[in-house]
Design a protein around this ligand. Sequence first.
Ligand code: ZN
Length: 99
Amino acid sequence: MICRHCHLKSATRPRGLCWTCYNTDGVREKHPSTSRYGRRGPGNFNGMGKLPPFPTSAAPGSPEKVAILEQRAELRQALFHPDDADFFGSSRSRMAQPA
Ligand SMILES: [Zn+2]
């Protein structure tokens, strides 16, 4: 296998990089881990995150709700707010819409 960065030397280090690229500042960060055990994404944490500052009117399963969940996980907040909209067209989602 050839180095993913310089395409010149053989990849002898993790992430498909050669020794020089692996040990050059900034290069390693540009190439995500190829290991099946590598850590990716915001990670998993135990315990209760703090409550998000405001509920969302996005309906469950909608792309908007998924984006909100990603954002909350990134900020290590609780994924669900008790006042989140619980179905399409719920009164909670109507309340949260601008007048
Ligand atoms: Zn290289």
